[in-house]
Design a binder for this molecule. Structure first.
Ligand SMILES: NC(=O)c1ccc[n+]([C@@H]2O[C@H](COP(=O)([O-])OP(=O)(O)OC[C@H]3O[C@@H](n4cnc5c(N)ncnc54)[C@H](O)[C@@H]3O)[C@@H](O)[C@H]2O)c1
Length: 330
């Protein structure tokens, strides 16, 4: 069945990996990418889509309900896959307002337009993309499941938790056909330079200290971005309305391990003169409220929908470093 899917935030890191994959796989779907092009959006990452007949780009703000409504009319939007967000925790500490506006009020605007247009139709789906950060922090053991109570600790995770609650309420109150996915840390090509892996690579190549927060022992579960995109595809099509699905990589690594691994790969692919890159690693004052450990239990996604990550961490991180090397040194 042909569909007109509004993808929000398609010019960001995950969106710019998702949109070409989705347009290439579903030729009878049309993707309308609504993106404000904040500092985090980059159309250069979507060049491969520019001439596709099943792709259209609209620059605009998801908070603008009139614009979103016009897009629904003009493109006869059937479904929404909602990636757009302010996404960087450090920025949320310095400037929380933009996070509340885009992540909470922007999600609200999309839900309102969707509700007015499609009501409780089960033929039209709203897929909300969220994060494992809504669950707060873990000690040495345990995992986040879909039943873990929300306990967000940063303005970013609080704003995502707020949007998840609105989405949940629209399912229960209005019977809308909604799914939410909560994913762990993504890595891969096209990520903004401010995030951990691009920062490590950028500082290493510039021969500058590689900043690592605190003692470097904060643990994240890393998932290759294309595996997340495929999980979104599966959940969008097969997920049960009203449900949430955790997505993770079963790749727990602390920040220091990530930095050391990237340095090892750079030592091999782009050696420094007589020194190892790891000598550049420098510990800096920890981020306020820095969550210690995130780890995802994605048994539900695996057993109910049959999802499995395809990329293993060792090959995924090599591909990632190669991509940043190619854009940095060529
Ligand atoms: N990156 C991760 O590791 C990760 C993990 C789990 C969940 N998520 C979630 O996935 C989604 C995408 O994350 P990302 O890493 O690609 O983010 P990103 O910051 O790289 O991209 C966000 C995109 O949204 C756009 N945008 C921001 N505000 C907007 C607005 N008001 N209207 C329209 N567009 C707007 C930006 O221009 C940008 O293109 C987010 O919802 C994030 O919370 C990310």
């Amino acid at each position: 069945m042909s569909r007109n899917v509004l993808v929000t935030g398609g010019a960001g890191f995950i969106g710019a990996n998702f949109v070409p994959y989705f347009c290439g796989k579903y030729h009878d779907y049309r993707v309308i990418n609504l993106d404000k092009l904040t500092y985090a959006g980059n159309l250069d990452n979507l060049k491969e889509c520019e001439n596709l007949s099943n792709y259209a780009f609209v620059q605009g703000d998801i908070c603008d309900e009139v614009l979103v409504s016009e897009i629904f009319e003009k493109y006869k939007i059937t479904d929404v896959i909602h990636f757009a967000a302010e996404s960087h925790v450090d920025n949320s500490i310095a400037n929380p307002r933009a996070f509340i506006e885009t992540n909470v009020l922007g999600t609200f605007a999309l839900l309102e337009v969707f509700r007015k247009k499609h009501g409780d139709s089960q033929q039209n789906r709203f897929h909300h993309i969220s994060t494992d950060e809504v669950y707060g922090t873990l000690g040495e053991s345990g995992y986040f499941t879909e039943k873990t109570a929300y306990a967000p600790n940063s303005p970013y995770s609080a704003s995502k938790a707020g949007s998840d609650m609105l989405v949940r309420a629209y399912f229960h109150t209005y019977g809308m056909n909604i799914v939410t996915s909560n994913c762990s840390n993504n890595y891969g090509p096209k990520q903004h330079r401010e995030k951990l892996m691009p920062t490590i690579i950028r500082h290493a190549l510039a021969e500058e200290p590689i900043p690592i927060y605190g003692d470097g022992k904060n643990v994240r579960d890393w998932l290759y971005v294309m595996d997340h995109c495929k999980a979104v595809d599966l959940i969008f099509h097969e997920g049960k309305s009203g449900e949430t699905y955790n997505v993770g990589g079963r790749n727990e690594r602390n920040n220091l391990e990530i930095a050391q691994k990237i340095c090892e790969i750079l030592d091999e692919k782009y050696p420094r003169k007589s020194r190892n890159y790891s000598e550049l690693i420098a510990f800096v004052t920890d981020r306020p409220g820095h969550d210690r450990r995130y780890a995802i239990d994605m048994t539900k996604l695996e057993t109910e929908l049959g999802w499995k990550a395809e990329e293993n961490f060792d090959s995924g991180i090599v591909k990632t470093v190669e991509w940043y090397l190619a854009i940095s040194v060529n």
